[in-house]
Write a protein of this length. Structure first.
Length: 768
C-alpha cells in the first residue's frame, strides 16, 4: 500500500468509526425508550394482577356475577396485551444489545435504475430505524442485502417480493467490528472476500455451532433465499456449510414470512440428539426462536411408547449377511412404499383384523362382530371413514348395554356393599334426595355401570380394538403374493425368516428400524390419518442416512410442507452405497419443476491439507474444492501394539493441547471408544467418553464412536486404530466421515499395516 492510500484508509476508517458511533448512540437511545416501556408494562401488569385478585376475593364461592365476569374478561384481555407488548419489547431489547456491540458488518453503495441519487446502506444482524422508514441498519435478510452476498460490482439484480430488481453496485465494504470498534475493513470485488472468511475459519471449534451471517458465500446464499422450490436438495461435501446454511435459511424464512410463519411450523430432522444440542444456539443468537427439532426415530418412536425401537448403536453395529441386506434394501425402497399403499386400498374390501372388546374379563363385543360392522359400510367409504363409522356404532352398542347391565347381579351386589364414604362420592350433592328406594338404586346403578364402562369406552375411542400388529403381519405375509421377491434376490423362505424375526422381536416388545416406518404407515392408512398439514417447512439433515421409504413416509406426514433436504452422499454410514441413487428416488416424489438441486463444492471446515487428504479417500471423483487455509499435513502414527499406539496418541493429544486444540479421538465402534477411554484413564489422561446421543459435548479431550460424530467438528481429530482389518471394503464413507471432522489437525493411528481404504491416499498428502 502506498503512503497516500494508507492515509486515505485511515481517514475512511475514522469516518466509518464516527458513523458507527453515531448509530450506536441512536441504538442506546432506542434501548432506553424500550426499557422505559418495559418498566411501564411491568407496573401495569402488577396493577392488573392486583385488580384480578380483588375480583377473586369478591366471589365468596357464590355464582359469579355478570359484572365480575365482564370485568375478568376485560382484565384478561388487557393482561394478554400487556404481556405481549412486554415480551416483544424484551426480545427487541435483547437484539438491540447485540447490535450495540456490532451494529453492522457491511456497507453497500449503489444506485437504483431510474433513480437520480446514489444510496449508501449498512447491513447488520437486524434492521434498525431511528424514525419511520429511516433505516440506519438493514437486516441481512432484507431483499437488498442479498447483493452483498451474491453479486460482483456493477449491474446486479436481487429478488424482491414483487419481482427482480436491478441496481448498479459501486462499493461493497466489509467491517471487522469488535465491541463497537472497527478493527479493519475491506473493500471487495468478489463475494465475501477470502480475508474475512479466513479470519472466521481460523478460529477454534466450540461445543456449540456458530452462525455465519457475515460471511455467507454466494452458493450458500442461493439456498438460504430460495422461496420457490417444493424440494430443495442440497448435496455438499463434508464441511461445505450445509448445516450452517440451512440454519441461516430458517432465520431467513422466519423473517421473510413474519406474521404468517412461526418457528413451530418449521421442523428439522437431525442425525442425533447430540447434534441437536450442538446447533441449538445458532437461531437464538440471531434473535429467532428455534424450530422444532427431532430425530426421525424419535418422531416415530413416541407413537409406540411400549415398544423399544432399535437404537443408533444397534443399527450401526448390526453385521448383516448379504441376504438380510437384500431384504433390508427391498423394504427400504419406494416400491415397497407403493406396495403398502396399494395393499391399503385392498383393505377396503377385506382383511383388517380386530381384537375382542372386553369388559370385566369377558368378551363384550367379539372381533368377528366388529369386522362385520366395519365391512357393513358401502364401497363409498374409505378406510378412515369406515373406522369412524365403526367407532360410532360401537359406542351406540355400549350405550344400549348400559341399561341391561344396570339390572345385572354384580351391580346390585356392589350397591349393597357400598360404605357411607363411597355413597357420598357417588351422590351429586351431599344431601341428594330421591323419590324412593328404586329411584336411588337406579341412580347408583347407572353411576356404577358408567364408571365400569369407562374403560370400554376408552378402548373404543382409542381404537384398541384394531389389531395393529396382526394387520402388519398379514401384510408381510401377503407381500410374496403381490410382488415377485426373486427380482430382489430374496426367496420366499428368506422372506419367511424375516417375518419370524419381526415376530420374535415384537414379542419382546422391540421393533427394528426397517419395520418401524412401514408398521406406522400401515396404521396411518387404516386409521385414515392425514398428516400434519400445519407444518410449512421440513428440513432433513444428513439425508444420506434416510431410506427412500422413510422420505416418502415423511412426505406423507407433512403433505403441505416445503422440503429442504441436505446431505453428503459420501457420508452414508448407515445406508452405505444405497444412497447414491437416493437423489433420483426422492426427486420422483416431487414435480420436476418444483425441485431444485444445489451442489456445494467448497469445503470450509478443514485446512487445505486436511481436505486434500480426505478427498483422496473417496474413489468416485467427487468435486471438492479445498478452501485455501494452510495447516500441517495430516500425520500417520504407525505402532506395533495397542500399547505403543496409545502412547503415540497421548503424545499427539499433548501436542494438540499445546496449540490449544480440542482433540476428539474417534473410534469406529462404541465398544472401542469405551476401551480407549479406559486405557487413557489408566495412563492418567483425562478425556470425556461420549457414549450416547443424549449426552452433551464436553470441553477438553473427548472420545466418541464414529456414528455420534456425524455433523460435528473438532480442532483436532485422531482416528483410532485405522489398521488393515478394522474396516470393510464398503466402509470408505465411514472413514471419510471420521477424517473430515477435523478443522486444523488430523492424525491417523494404526497398529501394524494401515487399512487399504487409507493406503490409497498419495504419500505427498501426509507425514509418517
Ligand atoms: N460461509 C461461511 N462462513 C464462515 N464459516 C463457514 C461458512 N460456511 C461454512 N462455514 C464453517 O464451516 C464448517 C462446516 O460447516 P457445516 O458444519 O455447516 O458443514 P456441513 O456441510 O454441514 O458439514 P458435514 O456434512 O461434514 O457435517 C463450520 O465450522 C462452519 O461454521
Amino acid at each position: 500500500m502506498t503512503e497516500k492510500s494508507e492515509i486515505k484508509q485511515l481517514d475512511e476508517k475514522t469516518i466509518e468509526q464516527d458513523h458507527l458511533d453515531d448509530v450506536v448512540e441512536k441504538i442506546k437511545i432506542s434501548e432506553n425508550k424500550l426499557k422505559e416501556h418495559i418498566d411501564i408494562a411491568e407496573d401495569d401488569l402488577k396493577v392488573i394482577n392486583g385488580a384480578f385478585d380483588d375480583i377473586h376475593v369478591g366471589m365468596d364461592g357464590d355464582a359469579i356475577s355478570m359484572d365480575s365476569a365482564l370485568s375478568i374478561h376485560a382484565q384478561q384481555q388487557m393482561l394478554d396485551e400487556r404481556n405481549n407488548s412486554w415480551h416483544q419489547s424484551k426480545q427487541r431489547l435483547e437484539i438491540l444489545k447485540k447490535l450495540e456491540n456490532n451494529p453492522f458488518f457491511a456497507r453497500l453503495d449503489f444506485q437504483e435504475k431510474g433513480e437520480p441519487k446514489r444510496e449508501t446502506i449498512y447491513i447488520g444482524l437486524t434492521s434498525f430505524t431511528d424514525k419511520t422508514d429511516h433505516f440506519l441498519v438493514y437486516d441481512w435478510r432484507a431483499p437488498i442485502s442479498s447483493i452483498y452476498y451474491d453479486g460482483k460490482l456493477g449491474d446486479v439484480e436481487y429478488q424482491t417480493p414483487d419481482g427482480l430488481q436491478n441496481v448498479d453496485l459501486f462499493l461493497k465494504r466489509q467491517f471487522l467490528v469488535e465491541n463497537g470498534k472497527i478493527q479493519a475493513y475491506f473493500d471487495t470485488q468478489e463475494t465475501i472476500g477470502d480475508q474475512m472468511l479466513l479470519e472466521v475459519l481460523d478460529g477454534k471449534s466450540s461445543t456449540h455451532m456458530k452462525g455465519i451471517v457475515k460471511t455467507i458465500q454466494s452458493e450458500q446464499n442461493k439456498i438460504i433465499r430460495d422461496t420457490k422450490s417444493k424440494l430443495l436438495f442440497v448435496q455438499g461435501a463434508a464441511g461445505s456449510g450445509k448445516t450452517s446454511a440451512i440454519l441461516q435459511r430458517i432465520a431467513f424464512l422466519l423473517y421473510r414470512y413474519r406474521g404468517t410463519l412461526t418457528s413451530s411450523q418449521v421442523v428439522m430432522f437431525s442425525p442425533n440428539m447430540l447434534f441437536n444440542d450442538y446447533i441449538q444456539d445458532v437461531l437464538p443468537e440471531m434473535g429467532e426462536q428455534n424450530m422444532v427439532q427431532m430425530t426421525y426415530s424419535q418422531y416415530l418412536a413416541r407413537r409406540l411408547p411400549n415398544i423399544s425401537v432399535e437404537s443408533l448403536s444397534q443399527q450401526f453395529e448390526k453385521q448383516e449377511d448379504p441376504v438380510k441386506k437384500n431384504v433390508s434394501k427391498f423394504v427400504s425402497d419406494i416400491e415397497f412404499f407403493k406396495i403398502l399403499t396399494n395393499y391399503g386400498k385392498l383393505l377396503n374390501q377385506s382383511g383388517v383384523s380386530f381384537k375382542n372388546i372386553k369388559f370385566q374379563g369377558n368378551i363384550f363385543i367379539p372381533k368377528e362382530k366388529i369386522a362385520e360392522i366395519y365391512y357393513s359400510f358401502g364401497p363409498q367409504y374409505n378406510l378412515g371413514n369406515r373406522l369412524d363409522a365403526t367407532v360410532e356404532r360401537l359406542q351406540k352398542m355400549l350405550r344400549r348395554k348400559v341399561g341391561s347391565e344396570m339390572r345385572s347381579k354384580w351391580v346390585s351386589e356392589q350397591i349393597e356393599d357400598l360404605s357411607q364414604e363411597q355413597l357420598k362420592m357417588l351422590y351429586d350433592t351431599a344431601d341428594q334426595e330421591f323419590k324412593n328406594g328404586d329411584d336411588e338404586h337406579r341412580f347408583l346403578a347407572r353411576k356404577i355401570v358408567m364408571a365400569a364402562m369407562q374403560k370400554v369406552y376408552s378402548q373404543i375411542i382409542h381404537l384398541r380394538f384394531l389389531n395393529v400388529s396382526v394387520n402388519y403381519l398379514n401384510f408381510l405375509k401377503a407381500v410374496p403374493k403381490i410382488t415377485d421377491l426373486s427380482k430382489h434376490g430374496i426367496t420366499e423362505e428368506q422372506w419367511k425368516e424375516d417375518i419370524d424375526d419381526f415376530v420374535e422381536l415384537f414379542n419382546n416388545k422391540q421393533i427394528s428400524m426397517d419395520d418401524l416406518s412401514p408398521y406406522l404407515y400401515l396404521y396411518d392408512l387404516v386409521t385414515g390419518k392425514h398428516g400434519e398439514t400445519d407444518m410449512k417447512f421440513v428440513f432433513i439433515d444428513e439425508i444420506q442416512d434416510y431410506t427412500p421409504f422413510q422420505l416418502a413416509y415423511l412426505k406423507d406426514k407433512f403433505p403441505r410442507a416445503r422440503y429442504t433436504m441436505l446431505g453428503d452422499l459420501n457420508q452414508s454410514i448407515f445406508t452405505k452405497k444405497n444412497s447414491q441413487t437416493l437423489l433420483s428416488e426422492v426427486q420422483g416424489l416431487f414435480n420436476a419443476d418444483e425441485t431444485r438441486v444445489v451442489q456445494l463444492t467448497h469445503s470450509y471446515r478443514s485446512t487445505k491439507q486436511i481436505t486434500d487428504y480426505t478427498k483422496s479417500i473417496l474413489t468416485n471423483g467427487q468435486r471438492i474444492e479445498p478452501f485455501s487455509r494452510e495447516g500441517d499435513l495430516p500425520n500417520l502414527l504407525v505402532a506395533n501394539s495397542i500399547d505403543e499406539s496409545l502412547s503415540q496418541v497421548i503424545d499427539q493429544v499433548n501436542k494438540n493441547d499445546e496449540k490449544n486444540y480440542t482433540t476428539a479421538i474417534i473410534t469406529k465402534s462404541l465398544k472401542e471408544s469405551q476401551e480407549v477411554q479406559e486405557l487413557l484413564q489408566k495412563k492418567g489422561v483425562e478425556a470425556t467418553w461420549i457414549r450416547s446421543e443424549n449426552q452433551r459435548l464436553a470441553t477438553g479431550t473427548i472420545v466418541l464412536p464414529s456414528y455420534l460424530a456425524k455433523g460435528l467438528e473438532f480442532d483436532a481429530v485422531i482416528m483410532w486404530d485405522a489398521s488393515k482389518n478394522r474396516f470393510d471394503t464398503d466402509e470408505q464413507q465411514l472413514v471419510y466421515t471420521i477424517a473430515s471432522r477435523a478443522m486444523h489437525r488430523l492424525t491417523i493411528a494404526t497398529v501394524g499395516e494401515l487399512s487399504p481404504l487409507l493406503q490409497r491416499v498419495p504419500e505427498k498428502y501426509y507425514t509418517k
